[in-house]
Design a protein around this ligand. Sequence first.
Ligand code: URA
Length: 263
Amino acid sequence: MTSRWTERQREMLGAMGVRVFETPHAEVLTPDRPEPVEGQTRADRNTPVPAQPLRQAQGERVVQVAQTRSDIATLDWPALRAAVSECRACALCESRTQTVFGVGHERARLMIVGEAPGENEDRQGEPFVGQAGKLLDNMLRAIGLARDAATPEQGVFICNTLKCRPPRNRNPDPAETARCAPYLDRQIELVQPKLLLAMGRFAAQALLGSDEAIGKLRGRVHERRGVKVIVTYHPAYLLRTLADKARAWDDLCLAASVLELPS
Ligand code: URA
């Protein structure tokens, strides 16, 4: 059986605890990426396409790296990082520079979920490093938290709903969000935060499954699978809409009180 993995890659994945299956008949998440069509540019191929259902590959050799939901649900941090970095479950893998896994304390009491990497994040491999990220860091500092703090109490884990940048920063496609959801779910399970802070509509949708506007969801404490959730405005929106900064501050104070942070 031929393998798409080199010996070195196999050793590396093995060392990280990632199981590599090569079976003639395996259930796989197939990339929802259309086959190239003559005359079509790479950019054309990266426009959103409808999700394909899980497919039973018949008679073809399939490499599967922790791509099913149940596989992902068992991964530890190194294996999860490796699975995300290798992910080809949707078309975004074609246009990304790299995946953006997340950053911060792995047992932080506060976990922040944004939308998706932008241009800077795609280049640097870290979430919220552009202007919106600077605002987020300032907001966190205001309640005594920091992405590089050494303790779960003062630290924070920051990640996004999507681990890859949508081309031209377009909105996440629901199919992309669904494909990425097992990674976010596993991150939440591993961090075990006391509080999730959803920043923006897409994070709120991903965490709460609600289509309601941020204005309706913010200002109160929700619950997701036993974990408290607060919804607030996205920092990029706040950069454009100064009038809502005071509301975001109220949300942050609510988060601080749930976390019982010293005032
Ligand atoms: N916006 C997000 O939602 N996430 C990032 O990482 C950067 C900008």
